[in-house]
Write a protein that binds this ligand. Structure first.
Ligand code: PMP
Length: 407
C-alpha cells in the first residue's frame, strides 16, 4: 500500500502557498471547489501550448491528438468509477448539466402525467429544480424522503414512498451541506425491487470515497471535475447503456448526429448522442490528469486521511461553547457545518476571511435543509486531502477570535 505523504501532497498545490489578507491561506471551502495540483495546471498549459484544436472533427494532426486525449479521459473515467463500457461515460459541463440531461431525456422517454419522482430532503438545488421543472412540464409529482434531526434519511419512510407510478429515484451520495454519507447500496436495492432506476449525485463523493458503479449497480451517477482537482466546466454523466440508448438526445447540434437533412436527422451512437457541440476540450482533457493524481495518492489513502482529519476537527469544534454542529450522521465525509447561538454565520465567515481562512456561509444551495433545521444558514468548513491538523487548529483559533468579537 502506498503511504500518504501530506507534505508532498501540499507541495503539489501551488495556490496553498499564497497569503490572503496578509495571513497564510487556510482553504476550507473544498465542497465548493478544490484547488488544482501542479500536474493539472501543467496539463492545461500543455493543452494550449501544444495541442489546442477541436475534437472529433478534423483530419489534421492536432485535431487527432486532441480527440485522442479527450477519449483518454473517457477511458480513465470509465476505470475510475469501474463502468462496464466507455460509451456509458458522457462528458458534460458538470453535475448540474448531467442532472438536467437525465431529467429532460429520461423524463421525455419514461415520465408522464401523474408519475412520481423520489428525491431526498438533503438535496442540492441542482437535484431538486430540474425535477420540479419536469413536474411543471409533465404534471408529474415529486416525493421527498424525510431526514431526521441528525441529517440521516428515514429509510422506512423511503420504502413506503414507492408506488406503481414511481419512475426514478434521484438522491445525493454525500450531502454538501451536512456531510452525511447516505446508505446508497440500500437505496438502490430498495428501488430495484420496484424496478425503478436510481441516479446518484456523487458531486461530493468521488473525490473522497471509492465509487464502483457496477458494484453499486447504480443506473446513473453524476459528478463535477472542479470538485475533484480538475478544471471547471467539465463533469460526468455515467449511465447504464440500456438507459442511455433508450433516451432521446439532450441538445441538438454538431457531433450528436449521424446524418442531417431538412427532411430527417438521425442521431449518433453513444456517447456522442449526448455530446452536442464543442465541449470544454481543455477541461475534458485535463480531467484525466486529476484522475491520475487521485489514483497516484490512492482514494483509500485519501479517505483514511480525511476521516481522521474530520474526527479531529469535529472534536475540536465540539469544545467551543455555543457551537452546534448541523449534521451529525453516523457516516460523514469531509464536511463540518455549524451554527453558533446568537451569531450570524455570515459575520463569522467575514472575520475568518480577514484571518486568511476560507469557509463558506449560507444555505449551500440546499435551502430545504436550512428550513428543516430552522436556521438561516450555516458556516461550512469542508476538507480536502491537502488540509492538515494545523489548518484545523488555525480555523478553531480563528473561530474563537471571531466569536470573542461577536459575542
Ligand atoms: N450536487 C452537490 C451535492 C453539490 O455539492 C454540488 C456543488 N456544490 C452540485 C450538485 C452542483 O455542482 P456543479 O455546480 O459543479 O454543477
Amino acid at each position: 500500500m502506498k503511504t500518504f505523504d501530506i507534505h508532498k501532497v501540499r507541495a503539489d498545490f501551488p495556490l496553498l502557498k499564497r497569503e490572503v489578507n496578509g495571513k497564510p491561506l487556510v482553504y476550507l471551502d473544498n465542497g465548493a471547489t478544490t484547488q488544482k495540483p501542479q500536474s493539472v495546471i501543467d496539463a492545461i498549459i500543455h493543452y494550449y501550448s501544444d495541442m489546442n484544436s477541436n475534437v472529433h472533427r478534423g483530419v489534421h494532426y492536432l485535431s487527432q491528438i486532441s480527440t485522442d486525449a479527450f477519449e483518454v479521459t473517457r477511458r480513465k473515467v470509465k476505470d475510475f468509477i469501474n463502468a462496464a463500457e466507455e460509451v456509458e461515460v458522457i462528458i458534460t459541463k458538470g453535475t448540474t448539466d448531467s442532472i438536467n440531461l437525465v431529467a429532460q431525456c429520461y423524463g421525455k422517454a419514461f415520465i408522464g402525467e401523474g408519475d412520481e419522482i423520489i428525491i431526498s430532503a438533503m438535496e442540492h438545488h441542482s437535484n431538486i429544480v430540474p425535477w420540479q421543472m419536469l413536474c411543471d412540464e409533465k404534471g408529474c409529482v415529486l416525493k421527498v424522503i424525510p431526514m431526521d434531526e441528525r441529517g440521516m434519511l428515514d429509510m422506512e419512510a423511503y420504502a413506503k414512498l414507492f408506488s406503481d407510478r414511481t419512475k426514478i429515484v434521484s438522491v445525493t451520495y454525500v450531502s454538501n451541506a451536512l456531510g452525511t454519507i447516505n446508505p446508497v447500496e440500500e437505496i438502490i436495492s430498495v428501488a430495484h425491487k420496484h424496478d425503478v432506476p436510481v441516479l446518484l449525485d456523487a458531486a461530493q463523493a468521488v473525490q473522497h470515497i471509492a465509487v464502483d458503479v457496477q458494484k453499486l449497480d447504480v443506473d446513473f451517477l453524476v459528478f463535477s471535475g472542479h470538485k475533484m482537482y480538475a478544471p471547471t466546466g467539465v463533469g460526468v454523466l455515467y449511465g447504464k447503456a440500456k438507459w442511455l440508448n433508450a433516451m432521446p438526445p439532450y441538445q441538438g447540434g454538431g457531433d450528436m448526429i449521424k446524418d442531417v437533412s431538412f427532411e430527417k436527422t438521425t442521431y449518433n451512437e453513444l456517447p456522442f448522442k449526448f455530446e452536442a457541440g464543442t465541449p470544454n476540450i481543455e477541461a475534458g482533457i485535463c480531467l484525466a490528469a486529476a484522475i491520475d493524481y487521485i489514483n497516484e495518492i490512492g482514494i483509500d489513502n485519501i479517505k483514511a486521511y480525511e476521516d481522521e482529519l474530520l474526527a479531529y476537527a469535529t472534536a475540536k469544534l465540539g469544545e467551543i461553547e455555543g457551537v452546534r454542529i448541523v449534521g451529525t450522521a453516523d457516516k460523514k465525509s469531509s464536511v463540518l457545518s455549524f451554527v453558533v447561538d446568537g451569531v450570524h454565520p455570515y459575520d463569522i465567515g467575514v472575520i475568518l476571511d480577514k484571518q486568511g481562512i476560507a469557509v463558506r456561509t449560507g444555505h449551500h444551495c440546499a435551502q430545504p435543509i436550512m428550513d428543516q433545521f430552522e436556521i438561516p444558514g450555516t458556516v461550512r468548513a469542508s476538507l480536502a486531502m491537502y488540509n492538515t491538523k494545523e489548518d484545523v487548529d488555525a480555523f478553531i483559533a480563528g473561530l474563537e477570535r471571531a466569536l470573542n468579537m461577536l459575542r
